[in-house]
Design a protein around this ligand. Structure first.
Ligand code: ZN
Length: 107
């Protein structure tokens, strides 16, 4: 495997990095994982992640990227940092997230 993550890294992310943004009253959900340098948009329901591993490994059927795996662990251990927003903030939030992802991949 190209990327080996230590248990330590996983623990650090589990402590604070798995965020569930919950928009009310529609209950729309956006999951993100804050990594060392970037924030990733992860959608466990649709098995999607915005990282490069997802593109090269998950889409080619090899295995889930480690963000998708971390969300599974975080759900099991209930280590999710859940933040509520109002639906009014949804578009602004999405724009900011997408532009973060855009700049982190073009840097
Ligand atoms: Zn990922």
């Amino acid at each position: 495997m190209r990327y080996t993550r230590t248990q330590n890294t996983i623990n650090v992310i589990l402590r604070k990095g798995v965020k569930l943004h919950l928009f009310k009253p529609s209950n729309r959900r956006i999951w993100t994982i804050v990594g060392r340098n970037n924030e990733y948009w992860v959608d466990p329901e649709n098995n999607f992640c915005s990282c490069k591993d997802y593109y090269f490994q998950t889409l080619s059927g090899k295995e889930k990227c480690y963000h998708l795996r971390i969300i599974d662990i975080a759900k099991r251990k209930k280590l999710i940092d859940s933040i509520e927003f109002s639906d009014d903030e949804y578009t602004i939030f999405l724009k900011a997230l997408i532009s973060d992802i855009y700049f982190s991949t073009t840097r």
